[in-house]
Every structure is written in structure tokens, then in C-alpha cells.
Design a protein around this ligand. Structure first.
Ligand SMILES: Nc1ncnc2c1ncn2[C@@H]1O[C@H](COP(=O)(O)OP(=O)(O)OP(=O)(O)O)[C@@H](O)[C@H]1O
Ligand SMILES: O=C(O)C1=C[C@@H](O)[C@@H](O)[C@H](O)C1
Length: 303
């Protein structure tokens, strides 16, 4: 294959859940209103995602890079592995939604867009849907003008509305895990925890700044140190809330498996691939035990 020729993945969910409404990422067929959300052909399209202030979802392509043929081959191999694994996973998913949970900066949006593309699902970022529902341009502004509690109420409404849909990958807000009612809704699909060491999170966040993350934003101080200290406090407060997810994707484990000494060497594709492997194990076991969609944790059932 010539360098520079793109390998676009066109994973299709065709054949699954026929007769149900599809919300394919490109060119959804229908528009509908569910609760406070308007979903359908506009929202699922790249143009609509851009209109809501998100970056467009780039098609997954093998890129020509300065490394030449070797890099191209690696990219092609990765793309094929992802495509094959996504087909295995789709077979067992029955259209269930995937909810990505994890701390701020854990890569929920980055990895979520890759998963949505290979599975032929639609991608949504719940922070963006809250901004849309409230009619404000940023989460930071919602916190400032209203309050964190107001944001959390809207976040819960968005997750409740999404939970009645199918074939979505949802990047949830970092704090969505603290409310049991959100788990009750997320457990209608499959939840995946991106478990990233705090040092790596702080490095990523310090790189892009904290302005868009109101719980981390500080008027002064070294960005890495401030982010690390706040993230540590949040992680302590949240305790085991993330561990309630059906599947845990640990970057430390992936790095060890791939022989890397640092999680920063992992690409979003490495992480998406591991997520698909873990999802497959979970759904296969789930199919065998017949426990699909039943909330497991006792504290959810006490609601
Ligand atoms: N595997 C990775 N390696 C390095 N940087 C990454 C990786 N994944 C994501 N990032 C970067 O980390 C930052 C946060 O990623 P992303 O927005 O996907 O996280 P998130 O979990 O959705 O964050 P939030 O909940 O705060 O919105 C981005 O700048 C992104 O480019
Ligand atoms: O971890 C959190 O509590 C948050 C994470 C972000 O995604 C936003 O939902 C908001 O900034 C709060």
C-alpha cells in the first residue's frame, strides 16, 4: 500500500437490532426529542457536533508520518485489530450504550470517539449536552452563574434521557459517578472506567490549562502541582465510585503488558483496543450468566 493512502474504517452495526431506531454517527435517519435532549440526524452528524462547539470527529485513518512505511504498517495493523475486535464486541452488545467514566482528563472523549467510530455508534459528551440543555457555552460558566448543584441536576437529567437510547458511546462528566441515580441509568448500558494515574492526568491537564475545568481552576500556582493536588483530593472524595463500572481499563496494566515504562507512551488506540477486549470479556460473561442490564451494586438497588 502506498504511504499516504488513508485506511478508513467503516465498521457497520447493520444486522443488529433490526427494526429498532438506529442512530448511526454519520447520517442518522430520524430526529427525535427525548426529555430535554434533541437527538437525531443533526446531533449525530459531524456538522452538528462542530456546531455544539466540539472538535469534529476525525475518521480513523492510517496517516503518513515521518517514520515512513514502518509507522504506516503499525497504523494499518492497529486499525485492522480495532475493526476485528469491534466486530466481535458488536455481536454481543445488542445495541447497549457504552458509558465511559473516569477522572477529568482521563481520555473519555478521545477514546470514546474511537470506540464510537469502530462500533458504528454515535458519540456524545455529556458535558456538552448539559451546556446545550442549559443554553450556556461552557461548564465553567454554568458553575459560575448557577452552581455545581445546578450543573449536577442537569447532568443527571441528560444521563437519564440518554439511558433510554441505544448504540451510543457517552463520555460522562468526571463527577457523574458520585450520584447513585446516575449509576442506575448508566447500568442500563455498559460502563467502562478509564483508570489513569493521577500524575498522568495532572500532566495532561497542565498542558491544556484548567480554565475549562472549574473544579481544578486556580488563580495562581504551578499548573501541574495545582492540578495534581486537586485531583488527589477529588480521587479521595470519590473513593470507589469509579470502581462501580462494569469494566476497568487500567493504563498502568496496558503499559506493563506492552512493555512501556510510562503510561504516556500509550496511544488512544492502544487504550481503545484494550477497552474493546475488556468489554468483550464482560459481555460474553454477561451473556452466559444472563445478568444483562441488571444493576449489580447493592447501593444502587437501595434507591
Ligand atoms: N492516551 C493519551 N495520551 C496523551 N494525551 C491524551 C491521551 N488521551 C487523551 N489525551 C489528552 O488529554 C486531554 C484530556 O482528554 P479528553 O478530553 O479525552 O479527556 P476527558 O476524560 O474527556 O476529559 P474531561 O472529563 O475533563 O472532559 C486532552 O488534551 C487529550 O488530547
Ligand atoms: O470531575 C468533575 O467533577 C467534573 C468533570 C468535568 O467533566 C465536568 O463535568 C465538570 O467540570 C465536573
Amino acid at each position: 500500500m502506498e504511504a499516504g493512502v488513508g485506511l478508513a474504517l467503516h465498521s457497520r452495526a447493520a444486522g443488529f437490532g433490526s427494526g429498532r431506531r438506529r442512530t448511526a454517527m454519520y447520517g442518522g435517519e430520524s430526529r427525535c426529542q427525548i426529555g430535554s435532549l434533541r437527538l437525531g440526524d443533526q446531533v449525530g452528524s459531524p456538522a452538528a457536533v462542530r456546531a455544539r462547539g466540539s472538535k469534529p470527529i476525525a475518521p480513523l485513518r492510517a496517516k503518513k508520518s515521518s517514520g515512513g512505511h514502518e509507522n504506516l504498517h503499525n497504523s494499518v495493523d492497529e486499525a485492522l485489530l480495532l475493526k476485528r475486535k469491534s466486530e466481535d464486541v458488536l455481536f454481543h452488545m445488542n445495541g447497549r450504550c457504552i458509558y465511559l467514566v473516569g477522572m477529568m482528563g482521563s481520555g473519555k472523549s478521545t477514546v470514546g470517539k474511537i470506540l464510537a467510530e469502530v462500533l458504528g455508534y454515535s458519540f456524545f459528551d455529556s458535558d456538552k449536552l448539559v451546556e446545550q440543555a442549559v443554553g450556556m457555552p461552557s461548564v465553567a460558566q454554568i458553575f459560575k452563574v448557577h452552581s455545581e448543584a445546578f450543573f449536577r441536576d442537569n447532568e443527571s437529567s441528560v444521563l437519564r434521557d440518554l439511558s433510554s437510547m441505544r448504540r451510543l458511546v457517552v463520555a460522562t462528566g468526571g463527577g457523574a459517578v458520585i450520584r447513585p441515580v446516575n449509576w442506575k441509568n448508566m447500568k442500563k448500558g455498559l460502563s467502562v472506567w478509564l483508570d489513569v494515574p493521577l500524575e498522568a492526568l495532572a500532566r495532561r491537564i497542565a498542558k491544556v490549562g484548567t480554565a475549562s475545568r472549574p473544579l481544578l481552576d486556580q488563580p495562581s500556582g504551578d499548573p501541574y502541582t495545582m492540578a495534581f493536588s486537586k485531583l488527589s483530593t477529588l480521587a479521595e472524595q470519590r473513593g470507589d465510585a469509579y470502581a462501580n463500572a462494569d469494566v476497568r481499563v487500567s493504563l498502568e496494566e496496558i503499559a506493563a503488558k506492552l512493555g512501556h515504562d510510562d503510561v504516556s507512551k500509550l496511544t488512544p488506540i492502544d487504550i481503545a483496543l484494550e477497552a474493546l477486549h475488556k468489554i468483550e470479556s464482560f459481555v460474553m460473561e454477561d451473556t452466559v450468566t444472563g445478568s444483562q442490564t441488571e444493576p449489580q451494586a447493592q447501593w444502587i438497588q437501595t434507591l
